[in-house]
Design a protein around this ligand. Structure first.
Ligand SMILES: [Cu+2]
Length: 164
């Protein structure tokens, strides 16, 4: 009797685990966290390479997200390439006040499935953003994205070109 009960319980656990995995794959979604504790689609940030690094700093007397242009090359997806590894972005605020980091399509015509990330970073703080590859599949047709500070209109932005 106990064995039957156990096997029923076990299959219930399997069903629950299976459905949550399926959900995770469907939902995708960028994850914000610390390097030590963060993970995206089950992969700890510590096991991923940092693909992009942004720092908020002063350039020529203006607040800016540095660098002003970055390229994310996702073309080598097969064996020896990134094999579907999520993209990891490191964001550091080297300025005095709190600043925003928003990553979104550089186009008013971007579809509703287009990637959108917006976080705030305290002075001196570093945050990591993990983005599943599935979220980058439907990035704008042109592959152009824009990094902005959503808190300050005058804060200089950055262009991200995604090659895929
Ligand atoms: Cu700002």
């Amino acid at each position: 009797m106990h064995k039957v009960l156990l096997s029923v319980l076990f299959s219930l656990i399997l069903v629950a685990a299976g459905s949550s995995v399926a959900l995770a794959f469907q939902a995708g979604g960028a994850v914000v966290g610390d390097l030590e504790t963060g993970s995206v689609i089950g992969q700890p940030f510590t096991t991923l390479d940092v693909d992009l690094e942004y720092t908020a700093l002063m350039i020529g007397g203006k607040k800016a997200w540095y660098p002003g242009t970055s390229i994310l090359d996702l073309r080598n997806q097969g064996t020896g390439g990134r094999r579907g590894q999520p993209v990891l972005i490191k964001v550091t605020n080297a300025l005095d006040g709190v600043h925003g980091f928003s990553l979104s399509a550089d186009s008013a015509f971007a579809g509703p499935t287009s990637l959108q990330v917006a976080i705030t970073v305290e002075a001196g703080e570093t945050k990591y953003i993990g983005i599943p590859m599935v979220d980058l599949t439907y990035v704008t047709a042109s592959g152009n994205m824009k990094v902005k500070c959503q808190l300050h209109a005058a804060h200089l932005g950055s262009n991200l070109l995604i090659l895929k």
